[in-house]
Every structure is written in C-alpha cells, then in structure tokens.
Ligand binder design. Structure first.
Ligand code: 13P
Length: 255
C-alpha cells in the first residue's frame, strides 16, 4: 500500500542516550494521521528500546539499517532478520549506497538480503541511486532500472507489494546538494513505469517511492509535492527533532 513516509536513517550516529532521547522527541512530536508513516532507522544497539518507545504510536515504525542474508550461523558480528523480528523491528534498509560502496554489497547479495527480510516477515526499504559520474554521462535511468531489475524484479507480486523503494542519488547524499524536484520526479516516474512493466499499473501505483539526499525542512515541501515522490529517506536532518519534525509535517498535503 502506498503511504507518505518520512524515514530517518541515523547511520552510525548517536550514543545510546542520545538515540533514545531523539526517538522520544520524535514520537512525542508526531501527530497520528491517516496514510502517513514515520520510520526511525537507528543503530542496532538502540533498536529494542526504540521499539518500546514507539509502542502505542501506530504512526511510527522502526528500521534496522542492515541485516545478514542467512538465518543464523557462524557469521561473526552479523545480525539476522529473525533477531530483528524477535525484538519487534518492522523494516530493514537494504542496499544503501554506503553499504554498496564501502562494504561491496552487490545487486546479487542485495537480492538475497531482500528475500531474507521478506521471508522473516519484515519489510525492506530498498535503496537505489547513481553516482555523479553516471548522471553526468546521462545513463542514470538505465543504471537505476538495472539495480531494481537485479535486486527486486524476480520477487513474486505478493512479495514485491511489501517493498518500499528509496531513490538516493549518491551525489546528493550528505553533500548539501539536493536533486531538484524535477530531477527527483523524472526518475521516480521512470521507477514507477518499470515497476508497471513487470507487475502491472496497479502495483506500480501502490508502491511507495521515497527520495533521499540532503532532504531538509527547506526543500521537503517542494520535493514531496511531486506526484511520484512519496516522502523521504533522511540522513543528517533526521538526527535532530527540530529538523526531522518539520520534514514529517511536509508530508501532509497543504490545505
Ligand atoms: P543526507 O540526508 O544526510 O544527505 O543522507 C541521505 C541518506 O543517505 C539517507 O539514507
């Protein structure tokens, strides 16, 4: 089902106390509203407590930033989907460009992780997006479509319906440079079209597609008002309630 979503990706930021304070401030500041969701993508060590903080607030869900593709075993330092489920986590961010780049996660591995998340009963937030070099060379649409094809498009329709997509151009992440609303709309529309080609128009129209890359209070309204942009996956601006709450507010259609 298609929602308006503001998802925070805290990355490797906040100690335990800071993380819980931030989660409390966001939960307290979020008014329940039909069709709108807030997701907190926290470091692993905060997850269990943040799930507790969010209990009773149906608006706010909790995401892990990564998981392992296997159910269990000798994988020192890794976290399985079953472990995340056992503490009440709802979502897992899969294939963030930082994981693709710094941890060499390939499309094939991400297809496995996506399937593991779904098999474990959680929902993937699947990230895609091109580098500046690819954008400058003009084949970003083809590149992103290929990421989707190899990461997602052999899922059954039933499974695909549980996916949230986040388009995050690498050149806009943490740089202060945001894709223009037109640039975001162009590629979100292309993403929706390629979903329609595989799963049909209904599924495509019901897929939530988020934009990520330097989303902030000053640009959220304009980005989120694009017809195919269903909200944002937010890094830096999700680390403070003062900047994340206005981004959540920007999801509500203005009267
Ligand atoms: P920034 O909002 O800090 O650019 O990060 C975006 C991002 O990577 C979210 O996953």
């Amino acid at each position: 089902m298609r929602y308006k979503i503001a998802a925070g990706n805290w990355k490797m930021n906040t100690n335990h106390e800071q993380g819980l304070d931030l989660a409390r401030a966001i939960v307290q500041g979020t008014e329940p509203q039909e069709g709108i969701k807030v997701i907190l993508g926290t470091p692993f060590i905060h997850l269990k407590d943040v799930v507790e903080i969010c209990k009773g607030n149906t608006q706010v869900g909790v995401a892990a930033q990564n998981c392992h593709q296997e159910e269990k075993g000798a994988f020192t330092g890794e976290i399985s989907v079953g472990m995340l489920k056992s503490i009440g986590v709802d979502y897992v961010i899969v294939g963030h460009s930082e994981r693709r780049q710094y941890f060499r996660e390939s499309n094939e591995l991400l297809a496995q992780k996506t399937k593991a998340v779904l098999a474990g009963g959680l929902k993937p937030i699947f990230c895609c997006g091109e580098s500046l070099e690819i954008r400058n060379e003009g084949w970003h649409v083809r590149y992103v479509k290929n990421q989707l094809k190899r990461g997602l498009f052999d899922l059954s329709e039933e499974d695909f319906k549980k996916i949230i997509i986040a388009y995050e151009p690498i050149w806009a992440i943490g740089t202060g440079v945001t894709a223009s609303p037109e640039q975001a709309q162009e590629i979100h529309k292309e993403i929706r079209t390629s979903i329609a080609e595989v799963y049909g128009t209904d599924v495509a129209q019901n897929t939530t597609i988020l934009y990520g890359g330097s989303v902030k209070p000053a640009n959220a309204n304009e980005l989120f008002s694009q017809p195919d942009v269903d909200g944002g996956l937010v890094g830096g601006a999700s680390l403070k309630a003062e900047t994340f709450l206005p981004i959540i507010e920007a999801l509500s259609p203005k009267a």
